[in-house]
Design a protein around this ligand. Structure first.
Ligand code: FES
Ligand code: FE
Length: 448
């Protein structure tokens, strides 16, 4: 593939994907600018921050960032890279700080990113260091949706709510089922895996198809299942503009078949009633078991109470940050049951997580071989089928559960972004939208 063309599909029908998108180092470098620097990226949940100075470190694409809560309750997102030699100024996962002091030579930055102190400043620099020019680079736009904090380096991108579009219809089922919101269980699971980040993102966007094969042994181990009917086979795939995808199964009572206690089953049944009143019947009743991906790399699992992000770590590796997210109204016993359910299935050692990771591990590098490189991958499931009308109230383009419409939608969006070079790719180009804390571009928070 010619990396400058930035396309995923190799055929006119746009159903065959070039393996280079999973392994080409040049494409990976382009992707960091054209996709990650041009999208809204999930950073953290507001329940991770209690007071001013609380911080959480994460990544935007391959760039390390610090998310900090300011005195006025807004969030500031700073590039975690000292302006002197590039050292990480904060090496903790989370905590509370009054300032970030670089361990290397001691330059000190306020939690708003301003350079506030330089050791031996007068002896070292005389009058020649203008501190206002050397603050940490600050992410110019920060907005929230139902507790999720997002940032983007792109000053031209539409507001977050518009960017999310129809996917909020489903996000709300996880983030605000009964009008009382959701909380992240404290602590973030982090692990690295072999495989390009898109292998995971596209699977969560639309691949319910793999469940009966990849997860068969784990499904059969569930206490309430029988060999004859391991999983339902009806459901939906919803492709949404912007590259977002949601897919899932319908027609079964997960809580009872998965062996939860009577107390948990009853509470979840009550939650479903409250959700129906709060959100309306279609999404509260029909979307009972779904997976999804918010373009580019935020994935979610309703029922498994999970939000996760796939950080790119080179063309052939990713790092997962994964949270358990539970309804804020859930009593302690239910919270604990949901947390255990998430850990048992999708924590780092969870059965389903191990199943998926194995597939991505052995799919990694599938485009490295000379012969394999010339063989595109098959994304034709459901192509040219007339979409069904089983879920007329769902937004977006709805198809049968066995469809790869969501994956095609994901790669359409990816191709669209990849086709346009990022200005910073040109040596003499400006870097619009990337300001320092002392510069003219301020972070902003938009209330949900
Ligand atoms: Fe941070 Fe020198 S690298 S003070
Ligand atoms: Fe899976």
């Amino acid at each position: 593939m010619d990396p400058r063309q930035g396309r995923a599909f190799v055929d006119g029908e746009r159903t065959l994907v070039d393996r280079a998108v999973f392994s080409d180092p040049a494409l990976y470098q382009q992707e960091l600018g054209r996709v990650f620097a041009r999208s809204w990226l999930f950073l953290a949940h507001e329940t991770q921050f209690g007071r001013a100075g609380d911080f959480f470190t994460t990544f935007m694409g391959a760039d390390p960032v610090i998310v900090t809560r300011q005195r006025d309750g807004t969030y500031r997102v700073l590039l975690n890279s000292c302006r002197h030699r590039g050292m990480r100024v904060c090496r903790y996962d989370s905590g509370n700080a009054k300032a970030f002091t670089c361990p290397y030579h001691g330059w000190s930055y306020g939690t708003d990113g301003t350079l506030i102190a330089v050791p031996e400043e007068r002896a070292a620099y005389g009058e020649r260091l203008d501190r206002s020019e050397w603050g940490l680079a600050a992410v110019p736009r920060v907005e929230t949706y139902k507790g999720l904090v997002f940032g983007t380096w792109d000053t031209e991108i539409p507001p977050l709510r518009e960017y999310l579009g129809d996917v909020t219809y489903f996000l709300d089922v996880l983030l605000d089922p009964d009008g009382q919101g959701a909380v992240m269980v404290p602590g973030v699971h982090k692990w690295r895996m072999r495989g390009n980040w898109k292998l995971a993102a596209e699977q969560f966007a639309g691949d319910t198809y793999h469940v009966a094969s990849t997860h068969l042994s784990a499904v059969l181990a569930e206490p309430g299942r029988s060999d004859e009917a391991p999983m339902p086979t009806t459901g939906f795939q919803v492709a949404m503009s912007g590259g977002h995808g949601i897919g899932g199964l319908d027609g079964f009572d997960y809580w009872r078949t998965a062996g939860f206690s009577e107390e948990v089953c009853e509470w979840m049944a009550g939650l479903a009633d409250r959700a129906e009143r709060h959100l309306g019947r279609p999404r509260a009743r029909d979307a009972v078991f779904f997976h999804g991906n918010v373009f580019p790399n935020l994935s979610l699992l309703f029922i498994r109470s999970n939000l996760r992000i796939w950080h790119p770590k080179g063309p052939d590796a990713m790092e997962v940050y994964s949270w358990a997210v539970v309804p804020a109204s859930a009593p302690p016993a239910v919270r604990r049951a949901l947390l255990l359910d998430y850990q048992r299935h999708f924590g780092p050692s969870g059965t389903w997580e191990q199943d998926d990771g194995e597939q991505w591990h052995y799919s990694a590098g599938s485009g490295d071989g000379f012969i394999a490189r010339g063989l595109p991958l098959h994304y034709r499931m459901g192509h040219e089928r007339v979409p069904q009308a089983s879920f007329p109230d769902f937004p977006g383009s709805v198809d049968d559960v066995y469809s790869e419409a969501n994956q095609r939608c994901f790669y359409e969006r990816w191709s669209e972004l990849m086709a346009v070079p990022h200005p910073a790719e040109f040596r003499d180009g400006a870097r619009p939208g990337i300001g320092t804390a002392g510069g003219s571009v301020d972070a902003q928070v938009v209330a949900p």
